[in-house]
Design a binder for this molecule. Structure first.
Ligand SMILES: NC(=O)c1ccc[n+]([C@@H]2O[C@H](COP(=O)([O-])OP(=O)(O)OC[C@H]3O[C@@H](n4cnc5c(N)ncnc54)[C@H](OP(=O)(O)O)[C@@H]3O)[C@@H](O)[C@H]2O)c1
Length: 243
């Protein structure tokens, strides 16, 4: 099936606008648009100094054999038209895949210069233990998980476990798909700082993670940028931990 290209122009423009406005991290995956998202990223970063941006991509869990991962990263690099990824993630755990083989191949990719670091996504504590045990040479850089102020479940067990093991947390769906904008508690805190609820929601996450919000709207992108460079007071942080 051919990819849907109707939104391409707007999506490329949004990435270019974000990069010009100071955002330097791009998150993609072989899954997104069955590779088409990586094609769009390539078009958006044309002419941008590669070293000034951080690109993450992900391998799908049915591709976790050595040859599967090498084939997947080769195709991602071709689509992205870049020589290396800053971070390469196993998109989801696969209980029937060989974790030692998958992590060993990730380590090989670092040595080959195709990726600078690797990690996992959607891994719970049990999956994390297996991944950590499988490393020989390099650390697991990050676990990318669903985490936002309206769904703080990872704070109970997963985030403390990752922190203990020096694995960074990348928070996806950090705006709960935009619903944080309507939270009355976030609106209340935002007023005190002359910020917006979206900015408070992202600032909250920055205490223990790297949030990766998505937007194709220039106004929203500017708003997202305003979530950094200031800090919630501890009392407000604790208040938001109770909602
Ligand atoms: N590892 C994984 O399994 C996984 C799974 C899901 C997502 N992800 C990654 O995480 C990224 C973000 O997650 P997501 O897209 O699921 O959720 P999200 O960032 O929480 O929400 C995106 C939605 O929020 C809206 N939005 C953005 N800024 C806003 C603002 N200032 N006010 C109101 N609404 C706003 C966007 O609409 P507009 O475009 O109109 O601004 C969009 O519809 C994805 O792009 C993807 O790279 C990873």
């Amino acid at each position: 099936m051919l990819p849907d290209t109707r939104e391409d122009k707007g999506q490329i423009e949004a990435i270019k606008f974000a990069l010009k406005s100071g955002i330097n991290a791009i998150d993609t995956a072989e899954l997104y648009g069955r590779g088409h998202a990586e094609d769009l990223v390539a078009q958006a970063i044309r002419g941008v100094d590669r070293e000034s941006i951080h690109i993450t991509s992900k391998v799908w869990p049915t591709h976790l054999s050595r040859s599967g991962i090498i084939n997947a990263v080769t195709k991602s690099l071709e689509r992205l038209q870049t020589k290396y990824l800053d971070l390469y993630l196993i998109h989801f755990p696969n209980p029937v895949a060989n974790m030692k083989e998958a992590i060993g191949t990730m380590e090989e990719l670092v040595d080959m210069g195709k990726i600078r670091s690797f990690g996992v996504s959607n891994f719970l504590v049990g999956d994390m233990k297996k991944a950590l045990e499988a490393t020989k040479k390099y650390d697991i850089e990050a676990n990318q998980i669903e985490y936002n102020v309206l769904d703080r479940d990872p704070e109970r067990e997963l985030i403390p476990f990752c922190e203990e093991n020096k694995v960074k947390i990348i928070a996806y769906t950090p705006l709960a798909k935009g619903s944080v904008a309507k939270s009355k508690e976030l609106i209340e805190v935002a007023k005190k700082y002359e910020k917006t609820p979206v900015q408070v929601a992202l600032n909250y996450l920055m205490k223990n993670s790297f949030p990766i919000p998505m937007s194709t709207d220039k106004g929203h992108i500017k708003e997202i940028i305003g979530s950094a460079g200031w800090k919630l007071k501890d009392a407000d942080y604790q208040f938001l931990r109770k909602i």
